[in-house]
Design a protein around this ligand. Structure first.
Ligand code: ATP
Length: 210
């Protein structure tokens, strides 16, 4: 089973990495692909360049077995739609390989705003990790998807290639890239929020100063 974790990673931080490691262990994923987006469809342009976000992710992932940085969205260019990414992974991995799209609950709650969102569940399972402040929708299209597709049985994820929604509890870390960038603008020390290698990279590149 392969985990797929997309993000802006502007910058990557422990709020990404620790929950992801816990998901990898709980689901016995063979690997987790960390996929930085090129142009995020839902937000302002990132503060760091695509190359810098990729370099930070590579520094962070290199410390953890099973974490693999996958630059396909940067190579593809244009707006980074997850449906295109899953289609290309499905093409490569074949119809039988179980794929798990891993999302924080905030991202999952807004899933119906994603490009061709209804195709996602046919291409992969969706694994949702809680995040401080994140709320699951009680009504609407995403709530309906949960009703139809949720499983409590992790072995179902292994038995099928796609189509199930699964919730994984993870250590709650109230860390966001937005809060980190704000601290850096004010010249604060951001250690213990991300790997030291990433913090050093930010310092040497002079990132997020304004
Ligand atoms: P920003 O603050 O710039 O919006 P972010 O910290 O939310 O960034 P992203 O790169 O946008 O990070 O997030 C990628 C994915 O990681 C999303 O699915 C998001 O829900 C998840 N995520 C980010 N931070 C956390 C966290 N602290 N706990 C759990 N999931 C998280």
């Amino acid at each position: 089973m392969i985990g797929v974790f997309g993000g802006t990673f502007d910058p990557v931080h422990f709020g990404h990495l620790r929950p992801l490691l816990e998901v990898r262990q709980a689901l016995a994923l063979d690997e987790v692909r960390l996929i930085p987006c090129f142009i995020p469809p839902h937000r302002d342009a990132p503060g760091a360049s695509a190359e810098q976000r990729l370099a930070m992710l590579q520094l962070a992932a290199s410390e953890t077995p099973g974490f693999v940085v996958d630059p396909r969205e940067l190579q593809r260019g244009g707006p980074s739609y997850m449906v295109d990414t899953l289609l290309s992974l499905r093409d490569e991995q074949g119809a039988d390989q179980a794929l798990c799209l891993i999302l924080g609950v905030d991202a999952f709650a807004a899933l119906d705003s994603w490009h061709q969102w209804q195709d996602l569940i046919a291409l992969a399972h969706i694994v949702v990790m809680q995040r401080p402040g994140g709320q699951l929708p009680k009504t609407g299209a995403v709530a309906e998807l949960m009703e139809h597709a949720q499983t409590l049985d992790v072995s179902e994820l292994q038995q099928r290639a796609a189509g199930r929604v699964y919730f994984q509890s993870v250590t709650q870390l109230d860390v966001s890239a937005t809060a980190i960038r704000e601290q850096l603008v004010h010249g604060r020390d951001v250690r213990f929020l991300m790997p030291d290698s990433v913090r050093h990279y930010i310092e040497t590149q002079g990132l997020y100063k304004s």
